[in-house]
Design a binder for this molecule. Structure first.
Ligand SMILES: [Zn+2]
Length: 323
């Protein structure tokens, strides 16, 4: 948490003034600026303590939901709580984010929310952390199942570490959030393979294993949407991009429309320099959501993301980038 200490010392966080950013970002961003309130303006003032006490996350999600509704309209979908599986995140931060998004949607009058119905994490110490996060966030609710291996989720070897038995898997999911293993792709991996790994049943860093386990979970539960995170190397490094292409092909053949974003956290006011690849997939046709034109939908989402970037859109060749 060194960044937290660093930013806690220099509050309020200093950000460029809005007019200066508008001047840097060029014509496209200025046009978008007429329709959007930039993230950095909406979350001001930002103090170091805001990252400790959740104030920034609340402002961030409230702004994101409001902007999304302004730009895309209220979602045409059923109401209720979406059942989400969280796999291989190592942190349960998605649970924190989904809680904040649920509160922000409620604030906008949407009868829609999220609930993590089970987790899956290979490492025992991470499972303990994830269980502790759930206990802290929802002290009045039982800790959801936490399975031990994504490759055994849909098999008879499936084991839930919370209940010490082979708990049942839901027959259907609304969404899956996941941080699939990046060890075969990350810059910092010391023994990553030199070639492609996706077509292997098992790879040294388990990236291939995770992707195949995830596809088996998709086959078993048919989620409406997926939001997956990995290192940017999967999307920008020619040694690894064929793996992403094959994975996208396999998701697409299961009926999903896919958009990949490469985004840097600091471009969205977060106090860290972290470029990551985000794979978003939406089932076509959807059971809950009604999207008439997927190409146009993803174009709008891309524009919305672009409009929130603090730095000039074209100043970094990897940020943000989509395919
Ligand atoms: Zn269980």
């Amino acid at each position: 948490m060194s960044w937290l200490k660093k930013y806690a010392k220099q509050e309020p966080l200093s950000l460029p003034a809005a007019p200066a950013i508008a001047a840097q970002t060029g014509r496209a961003a200025r046009i978008l600026g007429r329709r959007h309130t930039p993230l950095h303006a909406a979350t001001r003032p930002i103090r170091g303590s805001d990252f400790h006490n959740g104030a920034f996350l609340r402002k961030f999600t409230e702004h994101t939901v409001t902007e999304s509704i302004t730009f895309l309209g209220k979602p045409k979908c059923c109401s209720g709580v979406m059942q989400v599986a969280s796999v291989c995140t190592g942190s349960a931060n998605d649970c924190l984010a989904l809680d904040a998004l649920s509160a922000a949607m409620k604030r906008e009058g949407l009868d829609l929310g999220f609930e993590i119905c089970f987790n899956c994490e290979l490492r025992a110490e991470k499972r303990t952390w994830i269980n502790d996060v759930h206990s802290a966030l929802h002290p009045d609710k039982p800790v959801p199942c936490n399975f031990t291996d994504i490759n055994e989720l849909t098999t008879s070897a499936r084991l839930c570490s919370v209940h010490g038995k082979r708990c049942r898997l839901p027959s259907a999911l609304d969404g899956i959030t996941g941080g699939l293993s990046c060890k075969d792709y990350a810059r910092c991996s010391s023994n990553k393979p030199s070639g492609f790994v996706y077509q292997q049943a098992s790879s040294p860093g388990r990236s291939a294993d995770c992707m195949h386990g995830l596809l088996a979970l998709v086959d078993s539960t048919h989620p409406e949407w997926l939001l997956l995170e990995n290192t940017d190397q999967l999307a920008v490094n020619a040694s690894h991009t064929p793996d992403l292409d094959l994975f996208m092909h396999d998701l697409s053949s299961r009926g999903y429309e896919i958009k990949v974003f490469v985004l840097e956290s600091s471009d969205f006011v977060l106090p860290q320099a972290r470029v990551r690849c985000y794979i978003t997939a939406v089932l076509r046709p959807g059971r809950m959501f009604s999207i008439a034109d997927y190409q146009s939908y993803f174009k709008h989402v891309e524009e919305l993301v672009e409009s929130q970037v603090v730095r000039p859109w074209s100043s970094r060749n990897t940020c943000p980038r989509s395919r």
